[in-house]
Design a protein around this ligand. Structure first.
Ligand code: MLT
Length: 249
């Protein structure tokens, strides 16, 4: 595991430069809702998720793969994109709909954060839904770690900060090292203070309030659940798949 002075947090994908992520282990976080949706899709058997930066890129890719095998998915400003098969509610990504499919995935902030991290040595997709898998894997990777909070259009999101803090808290067994970078200290401290009230803090976050108007509250409750799955989506050669093969009895 890298020492605790080698973990930092960027509070919005827009505030970090590609160079700052190059060759690092990058953990992308977008609790509401992109990374919660990706984790759910992979857990429900999606063959892979291709993150894209905009609708033009999505339609170009969709023209080049078999239409039976893929779904166009995503949102703009929280609302399903017209003509797409699925929006960005993790609850839409049922096994019945996504198993065996390649998902072309386009979201307002989350997929842009992933695209920004393409130069990473390892790129992990984190949600509360798979937090233990993320932490267990980071313990084995001997490389500098950067947690990238997707945020909302350049602004910090409380739910992303809470997950970043929870990851660091668990990795450090609840002990903050004095030399840990400021970004990681802030995330750790916020989680330490509010972690016991995770769901109510996230329900009052700006994006949860926005989402309540668009999609109700179910996605928020779902995305606050911890360790519902043992998958760890990772990006390799432009496609997100599961890093670990589930053991069968
Ligand atoms: C994003 O990428 O900005 C989000 O996942 C937005 C959403 O809640 O759909």
């Amino acid at each position: 595991m890298p020492s605790l002075n080698q973990i930092d947090v960027y509070f919005s994908a827009q505030t970090c430069q590609d160079e700052q992520l190059r060759d690092k282990t990058v953990v992308v976080v977008d609790v509401l809702r992109a990374t919660s949706t990706i984790v759910t899709a992979i857990a429900n058997g999606a063959k892979g998720v291709i993150p894209v930066g905009d609708m033009g890129e999505a339609s170009k890719i969709s023209q080049n793969i078999d239409s039976e095998d893929h779904l166009l998915c995503g949102e703009k400003d929280g609302v399903k994109i017209q003509g797409y098969d699925l929006g960005n509610s993790p609850l839409e990504y049922t096994r019945e709909l996504v198993s065996g499919k390649t998902l072309i995935f386009n979201t307002t902030n989350g997929t842009k954060a992933i695209k920004k991290s393409l130069g990473a040595k390892e790129l992990l997709i984190a949600a509360f839904l798979n937090i233990d898998m993320v932490v267990e894997t980071l313990r084995f990777l001997d490389n500098e770690i950067v947690i990238v909070c997707s945020g909302w259009k350049g602004r910090l999101c409380m739910e992303d900060l809470m997950l970043a803090g929870n990851i660091i808290y668990n990795l450090s067994d609840g002990q903050m090292h004095p030399e840990t970078p400021d970004g990681a200290k802030v995330a750790f401290s916020i989680y330490e203070k509010f972690g016991n009230d995770l769901e109510s803090v996230i329900f009052n976050s700006n994006h949860a309030v926005r989402l309540k108007e668009i999609a109700g509250t179910e996605d928020v409750s779902y995305s606050c659940r911890k360790n519902t799955t043992r998958v760890l989506p990772v990006l390799k050669e432009g496609i997100i798949t599961n890093r670990h093969v589930e053991k069968t009895e």
